[in-house]
Design a protein around this ligand. Structure first.
Ligand code: SAM
Length: 241
């Protein structure tokens, strides 16, 4: 049955197409998440998408789409960089409560909302208030994650400098993009190599009737030089490559 905040059956079927089996507990959690998102959005600006169909397809299903490409082992350590209202991180955690998740954002208010949502969902994750380029220089976060994810945070060249330093050798950075990405990828290739990464796959797919999406998978093949990440002003002013 659909509630008024999201389309339960549609999410179940879209997730199944991505190879994700959502049980009743997971669907109930998505229902709570949708309701919380709408009510918090009246107080602070989290998202322009608040209609049930939009939340279902453009937030929940879009976040789960990563599972059709990434084989994420049990108890993998994942960091969602610039998580905002929890996408893709919280949606991934609902589908896979075994992952050890860190949700990072530079906006404290958004992380307070996420803490409230996690407690309503009965799920555990670390919320980390920091800029990515600062957190990635701290030993407890540097090269400690099996996966880093990011959706709608920055251009791939800058984003790689934010995200790749978090990923351990052998892990992957999963960048989720909505627009056509060929030029963006070309412009980021040098930076990805300098940061110890290698593009493994560029997966384009159609997200129902919401348009084209791309999941770029970047493998961490060698350690990132201690020179990176640089302060954000430098990243913006002096891009690698
Ligand atoms: N990933 C979410 C989504 O897809 O709905 C949020 C996208 S929102 C457009 C971008 C988020 O990234 C914001 O919440 C912003 O605070 C955060 N952000 C941008 N640059 C950041 C940085 N350098 N470090 C940490 N968070 C950052």
């Amino acid at each position: 049955m659909d509630n008024s905040y999201f389309c339960r059956d549609k999410l179940k079927s879209m997730a199944a197409d991505f190879g994700v089996a959502l049980d009743e507990t997971a669907l109930d959690r998505f229902s709570v998440y949708a309701e919380k998102l709408v009510s918090w959005n009246e107080k602070i600006n989290l998202t322009a998408i608040t209609d049930p169909e939009g939340i279902t397809v453009k937030h929940f299903a879009d976040s789960l789409a990563v599972f059709q490409y990434a084989d994420i082992p049990q108890n993998a350590k994942v960091i969602d960089v610039g998580t905002g209202a929890g996408f893709p991180g919280v949606a991934m955690l609902i589908a896979r409560p075994d992952i050890r998740l860190t949700l990072l954002d530079s906006t404290k208010k958004k992380l307070s909302v996420i803490d409230d949502i996690l407690s309503a969902l009965g799920l555990q994750a670390e919320t980390l208030h920091a800029r990515a380029e600062e957190a990635a220089r701290r030993t407890e976060y540097r090269e400690r994650f099996d996966f880093a994810t990011a959706r709608a945070v920055a251009n791939l060249r800058e984003l790689s400098e934010y995200c790749l330093p978090f990923v351990k050798k052998g892990g992957s950075f999963l960048s989720m993009k909505s627009a056509k990405t060929d030029e963006e990828i070309d412009g980021a290739k040098k930076a990805i190599a300098v940061l110890g990464g290698q593009i493994e796959a560029v997966n384009a797919f159609q997200l129902a009737d919401a348009g084209e999406r791309t999941v770029i998978m970047i493998k961490k093949i060698s350690q990132t030089s201690p020179k990176y990440p640089r302060p954000s002003a430098k990243i913006a002013k002096f891009p690698i490559g």
